[in-house]
Write a protein that binds this ligand. Sequence first.
Ligand code: GLN
Length: 533
Amino acid sequence: MAETKYIFVTGGVVSSLGKGIVAASLGKLLQARGYRVTIQKFDPYINIDPGTLNPYEHGECYVTEDGHEADLDLGHYERFLNIPTSKANNITTGRIYQNVINKERKGDYLGKTVQVIPHITDEIKRNMMILGKTGKFDFIITEIGGTVGDIESLPYIESVRQLRWELGKNCLCVHLTFVPYLSAAKEVKTKPTQHSVKMLQEQGVQPNILVLRTEQELSRAICRKVALFCNVDEDAVIQSYDVPSIYEVPLVLAKQGMDKIVLQKMDMPIERKLDLARWEEFLNNMKSVEKVVKIGLVGKYVELPDAYKSINESLLQAATYHKHKLDLHFIHSEKITEENAEKLLCDMDGIVVAPGFGQRGVEGKLIALKYAREKNKPTFGICLGMQCLVIEFARNVLNLQDANSTEMNENAPHKVIDIMEGQKNLTVMGGSMRLGAYTCKLDKNSKAYQAYQCDSVSERHRHRYEFNNEYKNLFEKNGMKCTGINPDTGLVEVVEIPELKWYLGTQFHPEYNSTVVRPNPLFMSFIKAAIKE
Ligand code: GLN
């Protein structure tokens, strides 16, 4: 069996260039050539994982099947490659140091002084190769978070330098930079790219491939100039110009033969033709859509669409499969009042109530839900959104005054959403929620069952609070059914009001496993109902 190949993706000049998309797109192309690929992300921050981070910091917290709270780029990797990632696919500096310090406390370093070089870099290298050693993959693509030149990324770049030396042809570096267009000078500028490559070279890493992010297509002359000044083969200067959808990026890279260049440089055979048939079908659907489906996403992070990344993408995928253009409106939950709810929501074909933590914005979500329920609008509540469906129903249909979640009011007279027994005495916040994939049994007479077409599903979780089963009979008698149950614990996973067109909430997060070639059935079903609107 051929040895595992390692591809590192670094970024320079500015952040937010879309390294994750480039890594995912390259992975997609190698996969489309018949190779087994996984992508991992190394983040230079000290948090052990992004679970404790506010979405304002790095956007959505993604969750893997094995219950790891991960960087949102793992969501891109899964949406592009259609294979699950795991805890091993996302490492932070915090985890590296934690491992090293634990080893030091155990005496594993046998009296040595523990240092960044070699102990931290060795631990980074060990982690970079964990997935490669499983024998499950031909290619491991590693995205290094941050920008070259940041102090905190130094140990990562040094680790890449060492691995290149050790692995030879089995290792390749792709560096992503930015080529700005100065409108006053009417020119594109390559100097920032040259500087960024110099910085990488100073740290001992010569990139094999450059990907230039640019707003508009660059001339060959520009690419030639970059190649000459950066010691990179001319055909290995790839450009990634702006395209209407991130899902077009693999095609942009394929057009320039990036996959072939990678395979050639790594001495890998190019046997299979690039098979992107399903991907292209999806893109063709996207281009040929005529009608529009208008969805209102009610949440408190409206100024930050990345906070709901996976939901946005799931809605887009489902709309595209239904040959509709997604017109997504972010509606600020804190700004919804009894007076303006109608105005804000009446135009929407469907309403999604977002996940979240804490009291802020919850009352607005409840007002939106009352409106949606009374007007019989297709409505989808996810995690906190589902809990809000329950609270709103308790207050306004069951007349349980001040019903609430323990999270919002510990002294609520009716805690229809309550803390799980196992969560009561926790003192640490990180990694301590109910996380990852759990099985859910679906009631055959439900919208959820109709959507999935099977009675047992597995979906991912990230929460502390749960539907309070003491109230289950009361809810069911009055028209809100618990149609999805965890078979091991009896916890409620799905609620719906069968009488309404499509009014459903899930305690789990179906958005985490929706991919381009396999959209999540609940999003498909919700969008279908919204289109009928
Ligand atoms: N805050 C809620 C809980 O912890 C919901 C979490 C979420 O929406 N992800 O149960």
